[in-house]
Design a protein around this ligand. Sequence first.
Ligand SMILES: Cc1cc2nc3c(=O)[nH]c(=O)nc-3n(C[C@H](O)[C@H](O)[C@H](O)COP(=O)(O)OP(=O)(O)OC[C@H]3O[C@@H](n4cnc5c(N)ncnc54)[C@H](O)[C@@H]3O)c2cc1C
Length: 374
Amino acid sequence: MRTLIVGGGIAGLCTAWGLARLGHEVALFERGPLPQPLGSSFDQHRLIRHPYGDHEGYARMIDRAFEVWDLLWKDLGSRHHARTGTLALTGNGADWAEVSACTLGRIGRPMTEIPVGELSRRFPLLDPAGLERAFWLETGGLLFAQDIVADLVRHLATRPGVTLHPGTEVREVDPDRARLTTSDGKVHTGDRLVVAAGAWVGRLLPAIGTRVVPSRQVVAYFEPPPEARAAWATAPIVIEKTGDVGLYLAPPAEGRGLKVGDHEFSLRGDPDARRDDATPAEIAPLLKRCRSLLRGFDRWPAPRLQVCFYSVTRDERFIVEPVGRAGWAMSPCSGHGFKFGSVMGYELAATLVHERDPAIHSRWAAGLAGAAPF
Ligand SMILES: Cc1cc2nc3c(=O)[nH]c(=O)nc-3n(C[C@H](O)[C@H](O)[C@H](O)COP(=O)(O)OP(=O)(O)OC[C@H]3O[C@@H](n4cnc5c(N)ncnc54)[C@H](O)[C@@H]3O)c2cc1C
């Protein structure tokens, strides 16, 4: 079987990896370089964590994601993950951390509650004022995203049957006939077509585009002051929700930067527009929360701001669905798709090759089916 894949982010690359492992032919098309710095998959790190609010399907899927990441590390010959543990914090009426702990307790992976009075001793970098509950889990940490995509590209380039087409924009797709046309007018044909075009998906598949909103997100990279650097380097990932503001924090493990972002969707922006125009005003609530949660934050130098795009669905569930007679749309994002990139690609490859039930696959990818049905 020959599969055409549009998009060289984590979703497209992992689908190519899965298909190549099963001995099938792949041609992957990417409009930019490979790896593509403007894709959502390109950044120093992405978080992987078990706590998932009341999304039990995704909470369950994390173990499978870790298994498939392990398989990928074996194939790549290097492991691009730092296990830091996960600290979930909540206050001022927000209940995301408690709900996550309940969900995880129900599926046999309980979180440990840390009394707020003990937080300062265990995590002296944080100021517990305003926090009501704190939960800890040994699992979770960072996936070194840009190293992963770069290594995948290197690996795929050596696999028999895989052809990579960087700098090749796909202008049009025909999912009924598994055909695509590139912007230089060339037509390519296969047996299956997968469109994993991230924030640009609506341009190729307008019906999917009505369900996915590109969302400009600004994150901040900080350089903590020298006296706090070593302590931050061994800190866990932190997810915090207080009232209606919240943040996630990626610690500067293994020489990476310290990144803070929030999960509030802007639901605006054009992924082709300039990205060097972010201002602190765009993340004012996030900076305010940093000031109260991170000790000594007023002494931290100004951050480097970075713009990236989410592709957001209304219910934050992934779209991995058949389109036409021979195509699939693959849009696993809503700001949480990287951690599942490996398992999304690996399982889609298996569904294509073994002709598994597409409806079951889509429900599983949407986090609706509970435990993986495969
Ligand atoms: C700031 C930020 C923080 C995030 N944090 C996390 C996190 O902590 N944990 C987590 O799990 N997830 C996180 N995510 C989400 C995660 O990064 C994305 O869900 C994931 O990377 C999406 O991968 P993708 O392959 O679908 O899209 P992309 O990586 O965007 O890949 C799509 C590719 O398709 C190419 N393309 C588009 N149109 C065409 C065309 N016509 N022809 C050829 N090529 C085309 C694009 O150039 C692009 O390279 C975050 C995202 C952002 C932006």
